[in-house]
Ligand binder design. Structure first.
Ligand SMILES: NC(=O)C1=CN([C@@H]2O[C@H](COP(=O)(O)OP(=O)(O)OC[C@H]3O[C@@H](n4cnc5c(N)ncnc54)[C@H](OP(=O)(O)O)[C@@H]3O)[C@@H](O)[C@H]2O)C=CC1
Ligand SMILES: O=C(O)C1=N[C@H](C(=O)O)C[C@H](O)C1
Length: 270
């Protein structure tokens, strides 16, 4: 069988380069196109050279439509507005669209479900096996522990990250809310400053740290009277997310059009 042809959008970014590396290291997949946006200093560069894997004869272009027309899938770790536009193009081309982009405002990602009528969309705030397994454990712990245990989600990322809380923190908060059978939107506390009053039982709190080169660290803390349970994941290498995204693309190749999560890819929903 021929290799799955994958386009990397945002190919000059931190994840874009990691994705190009991951595809070249995966049997059954190859980089068929690379896209950046207007004004990018990387336009015209070879995607492989930029990613440090040698010349792939794939120039970074401004033209996602042509790249998608000659591809089986797209790997997209860019920004919400860009991912919405790429989803429409992926639907037109009826290909797989793996979306790792985070920083979505409430409801902003809903149009992706329309695109998923034609595209096979796999979207997750975190593409690693470890975090998706952690989410399953958090759901279970939240189910087992009542409101006497306060749930707080703590995350730290590198100084360049532009969104907060991280997509992963929200994914973990969602898992906790599902375990408690409550709506995260109704019970989340995303910042605290000044005289906040005492904590409300049942709230799910978020705290964000930013600095240096931290790849991504997340803890979900269940704080009770006299005891505390902490579930933690530490990502030590960005390739972890890129390899997960390539795995998702290969999985999506064999699925019907639809909207899927990384938990579907990893069989954690079975
Ligand atoms: N789900 C997961 O497992 C993970 C998700 N992420 C998420 O991935 C996203 C990217 O992270 P990161 O790589 O660190 O960020 P970067 O800023 O390094 O990379 C983003 C890239 O996308 C480009 N881009 C933005 N808009 C467009 C567009 N319209 N067309 C083409 N390219 C575009 C940017 O270009 P420019 O520089 O010109 O803006 C940049 O090159 C973030 O949302 C992050 O949170 C990150 C790691 C793991
Ligand atoms: O921006 C990042 O770097 C990361 N973003 C994702 C998130 O928002 O959770 C995943 C990972 O933690 C790295």
């Amino acid at each position: 069988m021929s290799d799955m042809r994958l386009v990397v959008v945002g190919a000059g970014g931190r994840m874009g380069r990691a994705l190009v590396r991951a595809v070249t290291e995966t049997n059954g997949a190859r980089v068929s196109g690379a896209v950046e946006r207007e004004g990018s200093e990387f336009l015209g560069a070879d995607a492989g050279e930029l990613a440090g894997v040698g010349n792939l004869d794939v120039s970074i272009t401004l033209d996602p439509q042509s790249a998608f027309a000659a591809a089986d899938g797209v790997l997209d770790f860019t920004a919400p507005m860009a991912s919405l536009a790429f989803a429409n193009l992926a639907a037109e081309a009826s290909i797989v669209h793996v979306i790792g982009t985070t920083g979505w405002a409430e409801g902003e990602d809903l149009p992706l479900h329309d695109a998923a009528r034609q595209a096979r969309i796999i979207k997750s705030g975190n593409m690693s096996l470890g975090v998706n397994l952690l989410a399953a454990l958090v759901r279970k712990a939240a189910q087992a522990l009542d409101e006497d245990f306060d749930i707080e989600v703590l995350e730290m990322h590198h100084k360049h990250k532009v969104d907060a809380p991280s997509g992963t923190a929200l994914l973990l908060g969602e898992a906790a809310a599902e375990g408690r059978d409550i709506s995260l939107a109704d019970r989340s506390v995303r910042s605290r400053d000044g005289i906040t009053g005492a904590r409300n039982a049942g709230d799910i709190g978020f705290a964000t740290l930013r600095g240096g080169s931290v790849i991504g660290e997340h803890s979900v803390i269940f704080a009770g009277e006299g005891e505390r349970i902490e579930l933690t994941h530490r990502a030590e290498d960005r390739q972890l997310f890129a390899k997960g995204a390539v795995k998702a693309a290969l999985w999506g190749f064999h699925q019907k059009p639809g909207f899927y999560s990384m938990a579907d890819v990893l069989g954690l929903n079975d």
